[in-house]
Design a protein around this ligand. Structure first.
Ligand code: FAD
Ligand code: NAI
Length: 472
């Protein structure tokens, strides 16, 4: 007889592994099926894109490259002389790999602790046996009352461009370079483009970013995007907008990109080229058609607001469904689905999901942008506070950027907060909490913020919404 479970999770990324742990905590007999392997390809590795080739390794490299850059450019101002710093790229990559191994191993430990069964292999929906779903994994069949699909996403391919992860790279190759390329090309100025571009730019690459859209970072608030473009350009990133890629010729040791901008033909040869033009949901191998799992025209598994698919007791979460492709969104959906299976009534507020770009300065935002409010005809007030007058930011030597708060003109409810500046990734949490509690600008203005901290810029922005900023 097949092994039977209450809950089977397909995919062990931040959506799937978190869903499995929560389901087990709720008393369900749970299995997580994941096909991920480690960098060497010789052992299973849980954690999905995020832990293996996404969030975690990219942040490790961002940190290393930031230190290198600071040693070269910032230490002197503090009176520190270190000579000419040297970068051992292989060591930086090994440090990153060690962090990945520690965290992916940590999930295996958490599975044991929570009694989640872990099966390595590709999970494929076979059909039903009465009320139970049958899932085939590596030739074996298991059965489960409920299935949570968390199969994530893959890099969006650029037509006619083959990624070999030697010269033409996706996120996997971009995180594993062993030398600093002299000339690095990037197709796509999205989050990966900016983060990876920053890493290699700080380490000495000459970086060119080729972006199809005429507008830089359209997903961000316009003022943040404008400040970011100015700052990244000053840092040395050559960001070209409105680009049409005509051809990519991989010559092994170099790659030539032929493209046009406003009808003018251009050509650039790079040592390495990173293609980061978005990600596509991954439903391969699930046997979706045969079991009638509905997939929309953009390739996402169709779900309702609560992550239910069209099939009974089959749920889907994370990058494989609508919404931002972010690890924290995937995890929250995983928790919520496990709790719904247990009859609870959790809620994931898709309107209050923080977004962060881990460049220098960092960018982070939550809620509506000014452009979105204008388009929706919402009357709002705004308050802004620059880090230039913030004592802590000056002490850190990172006093560029600002916090902008947007509040409803009548009710004063916070509608959006947009930050470009030091530790924006951490600062945004205050705004997220405030918005989840439906706070007003005045609520934040009346809350004591420690001095001297970066969070005082949020306080000042809230005060500015009521035209009573004290330091602005
Ligand atoms: P995934 O993490 O993609 O996991 C899916 C898992 O399912 C994989 O292990 C896959 O092998 C497995 N799988 C697929 N099909 C099957 C099958 N049929 N059977 C068994 N297993 C299967 N997000 C952030 O929030 N913050 C960041 O800083 C951030 N940085 C990023 C940096 C990069 C370079 C990239 C590429 C992404 C980054 N992301 C970041 C996005 C984040 O990685 C994803 O949003 C997140 O991993 C999605 O989680 P998931 O569980 O839905 O899918
Ligand atoms: P993205 O969607 O952020 O950006 C892709 C960019 O490529 C867009 O600006 C798009 O206009 C451009 N583009 C598309 N087709 C193009 C073409 N043919 N030529 C030139 N440019 C083209 O996607 P990205 O950077 O690949 O990242 C994928 C996802 O991973 C992100 O959307 C995000 O959800 C997640 N991620 C999150 C991070 C974070 O939270 N800090 C970090 C990295 C990735």
């Amino acid at each position: 007889m097949s092994q039977q479970f209450d809950v089977a999770v397909i995919g062990g990324g931040p959506g799937g592994y978190v869903a499995a742990i929560r389901a087990a905590q709720l008393g369900f007999k749970t299995v997580c099926i994941d096909k991920g392997v480690n960098k060497a390809g010789d052992a299973p590795a849980l954690g999905g894109t995020c832990l293996n080739v996404g969030c975690i390794p990219s942040k490790a490299l961002l940190q290393s490259s930031e230190h290198f850059h600071a040693a070269q450019h910032d230490f002197a101002e503090h009176g520190i002389t270190v000579g000419t710093p040297k970068m051992d790229v292989a060591k930086m990559i090994a440090r990153k790999d060690a962090i990945v191994t520690k965290l992916t191993g940590g999930i295996a430990f958490l599975f044991k602790k929570n009694k989640v069964e872990s099966i390595h292999g590709e999970g494929s929906l076979k059909g039903k046996n009465g009320d139970l779903w049958q899932i085939e994994v590596s030739g074996n069949v298991i059965e489960a009352k409920s299935v949570i699909i968390a199969t994530g996403s893959n890099p969006r391919p650029l037509p006619n461009v083959a990624v070999d992860n030697k010269t033409v790279l996706d996120n996997v190759g971009a995180l594993n370079l062993l030398d600093v390329p002299k000339k690095l090309g990037l197709i796509g100025s999205g989050v990966i483009g900016l983060e990876m571009g920053s890493v290699w730019n700080r380490l000495g690459s000459s970086v060119t970013v080729l972006e199809a859209l005429p507008q830089f970072m359209p997903m961000a608030d316009g003022q943040v995007a404008k400040e970011a473009l100015k700052t990244f350009t000053a840092q040395g990133l050559d960001i070209q907008l409105g680009v049409k890629i005509e051809a990519v010729e991989n010559k092994g040791k170099s790659v030539t990109v032929k493209y046009s901008v406003n009808g003018e033909n251009k050509s650039e040869t790079f040592d390495k080229l990173i293609v980061a033009i978005g990600r596509v949901p991954n439903t391969q191998g699930l046997n979706a058609d045969a079991v009638g799992l509905k997939i929309n025209e953009r390739g996402f598994i169709e779900v309702d607001d609560e992550c239910r698919t069209n099939l009974p007791n089959v749920w889907a979460i994370g990058d494989v469904v609508r919404g931002p492709m972010l690890a924290h969104k995937a995890s929250e959906e995983g928790v919520a689905v496990a709790e719904r299976i247990a009859g609870q009534k959790p809620h994931v507020n898709l309107g209050v999901i923080p977004a962060v770009v881990y460049t220098t300065p960092e960018m982070a935002w939550v809620g509506k942008t000014e452009e979105q409010l204008k388009e929706a005809g919402v009357a709002y007030r705004k308050g802004q506070s620059g880090f230039a007058a913030n004592g802590r930011a000056l002490g850190m030597g990172q006093a560029s950027g600002f916090v902008k708060m947007l509040v409803d003109d009548k009710t004063d409810r916070i509608l959006g907060v947009h930050i470009i500046g030091p530790m924006a990734s951490e600062l945004i949490s205050e705004a997220v909490v405030a918005m989840e509690f439906s706070a007003s600008g005045e609520d934040i203005a009346r809350i004591i913020h420690a001095h001297p901290t970066l969070s005082e810029a949020i306080h000042e922005a809230a005060l500015a919404c009521d035209k009573r900023a004290l330091h602005g």
